[in-house]
Design a protein around this ligand. Structure first.
Ligand code: PLP
Length: 455
């Protein structure tokens, strides 16, 4: 700060317009400047309060303003602010052990900074694993259209949304995509009754056609979140897991959003009884109080990296990954989730949404409502019969109407493909009953006043 007097809003906006490059959006000359947060609510510089219905970016799961996390971080900064992960330090040891309990399996934990990093690490580990197991040609990865796995060249290669990739290609090579398990718009023209999980079988077809000797892994989120809250049939992930085993292809589960309770269980894949080879995690690991991500690798895979020789260990490093302060923040965050029973609370929030918001399906512009734990997607259409996606104007109108009533919600899908028509909510699990009621009542009233005519 150049001055002791706090800057006024206009001055802040002027500096923002001049110097700040905002993420994932065309420049907005009048962005909301968030000043503080407490529980599920944030306050802007005008003193206006909003319920943070997306927990920031699906991440502030224990809510804002947790002093116990701040105190743990401050204490750790004074004790040891930094040590490399070539060495060992107490917070990373404690956290890796704790994560094994949460994962309910035996995993080695590699720490990084972001979800994208965690997925890049997963791809490199998968390739090296096959290399060192006598399968050096197994290098490709299969993912789904609509999925998002991160912003770096490999993770973006795995991403199945053209809006994120256009003008940045070519990306990391070796990634191919199959249709998503999108029951509302089944890519195979099936209905609930006729479903034979062709979406899962498409992964087998892709492995066969790419050549099983060339495929290293399949990466999936338990539910596609940012790509439009696409919740799969309950048989999907178990079948994908079997297919992976059949072809010696590693199952990488991206738990960056679904992990740490968002799905109503500790991890999203716990809903489906599968055991991934690799699990990636970020966001909810620290509830975003500090940057940290992790790639958990099964003990069987890790054994391959203990062979003798100068190149058989994993030759990857990053400066900030596993920072002791972030590890302490993660430990305190997990303690809060455990002590306050917030994983169960996340499931309860989703159940309240299910019970109270299902009548919205009668609204002419609501095509589908999909809920996974406490994450919800409301797919908007112009016409329930044709399922034509809602116009951007209609989606924007609903988001603005929620904001004007004090509720921040998100929008997901793929703008370029014309499917950015899914409203999303993923509130903090610490939301009180009144907070949940506020979300529900706001949504009901906003839909009640939305004109049905075409926009
Ligand atoms: N994977 C998923 C499923 C995500 O939603 C995201 C980010 O939203 C990422 C990976 C990338 O995480 P980060 O933004 O921390 O790099």
């Amino acid at each position: 700060m150049e001055t002791d007097t706090p800057r006024g809003k206009e001055e802040l906006l002027e500096l923002d317009r001049k110097y700040v490059w905002h993420h994932m959006t065309a420049h907005n000359d009048n962005p909301m400047i968030v000043a503080s947060g407490e529980g599920s609510w944030v306050t802007d510089v005008d003193g206006q309060r909003y319920l943070d219905g997306m927990s920031g970016l699906w991440c502030v799961n224990v809510g804002h303003g947790r002093k116990e996390i701040a105190e743990a971080a401050a204490q750790q900064m004074m004790t040891l602010a930094y040590a490399t992960m070539v060495q060992a330090h107490i917070p990373s040891i404690e956290l890796a052990a704790k994560l094994n309990k949460w994962l309910e399996g035996e995993y080695r934990i590699f720490f990084s900074n972001s979800g994208s990093d965690a997925n890049e690490v997963a791809f490199k580990i998968a390739r090296q694993y096959h290399h060192q197991n006598g399968n050096p040609t197994k290098h490709k990865f299969i993912s789904r259209h609509r999925a998002y796995h991160g912003n770096s060249m490999g993770a973006l290669g795995a991403t199945g949304q053209s809006q994120r990739k256009l003008k940045y290609e070519p990306l990391g090579v070796g990634f191919s995509h199959v249709p998503p398990p999108y029951c509302y718009r089944c890519p195979f023209g099936q209905t609930k009754d006729s479903c034979s999980l062709q979406c899962a079988k498409a992964i087998e077809q892709a492995i066969v056609w790419e050549g099983p000797d060339s495929v290293a892994g399949v990466i999936v989120e338990p539910t596609i979140t940012g790509g439009g809250m696409i919740v799969p049939h309950e048989g999907y992930l178990p079948m994908v897991s079997q297919i992976c085993k059949k072809y010696n292809v590693l199952l990488i589960v991206d738990e960056v959003i679904c992990g740490f309770g968002r799905s109503g269980k500790k991890f999203g894949h716990h809903n489906y009884g599968v055991k991934p080879d690799i699990v990636t995690m970020a966001k909810g690991l620290t509830s975003a109080y500090s940057p940290l991500s992790a790639t958990a690798v099964s003990a069987e895979l890790y054994a391959t990296f203990q062979q003798a020789g100068p190149t058989s260990h994993f030759r990857h490093i990053n400066t900030f990954g596993g920072n002791p302060v972030s590890c302490v923040v993660a430990l305190k965050n997990l303690e809060i989730l455990e002590n306050e029973g917030l994983v169960g609370r996340s499931a309860d929030i989703g159940n309240a949404f299910r019970a109270r918001l299902t009548p919205l399906l009668e609204h002419p512009h609501v095509g589908d409502i999909r809920i996974f734990g406490s994450a919800m997607g409301i797919e908007l259409v112009e016409d329930q019969g044709t399922k034509e996606p809602a116009t951007p104007e209609r989606v924007a109108q609903l988001i603005a109407a929620c904001k004007s009533k004090g509720l921040l919600i998100g929008k997901n899908g793929d703008t370029v493909q014309g499917f950015a028509n899914i409203l999303t909510l993923s509130p903090p699990f610490s939301s009180t009953d009144q907070d949940v009621e506020f979300i529900i009542e706001t949504l009901l009233s906003v839909f009640q006043t939305t004109p049905p005519e075409r926009m």
